[in-house]
Write a protein that binds this ligand. Structure first.
Ligand code: RB5
Length: 148
């Protein structure tokens, strides 16, 4: 298994699932940089999407993981950053295809919408599926410059 550097963050809606994901990632031997939050006090998800996205963009992390109540707010916030392709995952099929076709670099989860085991399976597939390249390079290049 390739050892990966993973940046992870959550808001109060995702902090419980984040703790399970952090434990599993560490147990698998990956390096985890946890940007919080660490408790159940209400916080703002963009404050955690920002440093995780920055770590991925800077190449300090191979991948990011973001968890909020639904994963949707984190996905929206992360995708505002150049070079970030963040995807909410609900199953292993989405995890496989968003790596293979979209070269996604941040996996988002909903702490209130997915079970721990399903999230862990999806994350494992996400981290182990290579980007296919080829025809997808052209499409991803168009995303990087969307305004004609
Ligand atoms: C916080 O209540 C909730 O809005 C947040 O965790 C997330 O689901 C937003 O998309």
């Amino acid at each position: 298994m390739k050892v990966l550097s993973i940046a992870i963050g959550a808001d109060h809606g995702g902090v419980d699932l984040k703790s399970h994901l952090v434990a599993a990632l560490k147990a698998a031997g990956h390096t985890v940089r946890d940007f919080g939050t660490d408790g159940t006090a209400s916080v703002d998800y963009p404050d955690f999407a920002a440093p995780v996205s920055a770590a991925v963009t800077a190449g300090e992390a191979d991948f990011g993981v973001l968890v909020c109540g639904t994963g949707i707010g984190m996905q929206i916030a992360a995708n505002r950053n150049p070079g970030i392709r963040a995807t909410v995952l609900h199953n292993t099929t989405e995890a496989r295809l968003t790596r293979a076709h979209n070269n996604a670099n941040i996996a988002c989860f909903g702490g209130r919408t997915i079970g721990v085991e399903v999230a862990l399976d999806a994350l494992n597939v996400f981290l182990s599926t290579p980007y296919e390249g080829g025809r997808h390079d052209r499409r991803l290049a168009k995303i990087e410059r969307p305004v004609a």
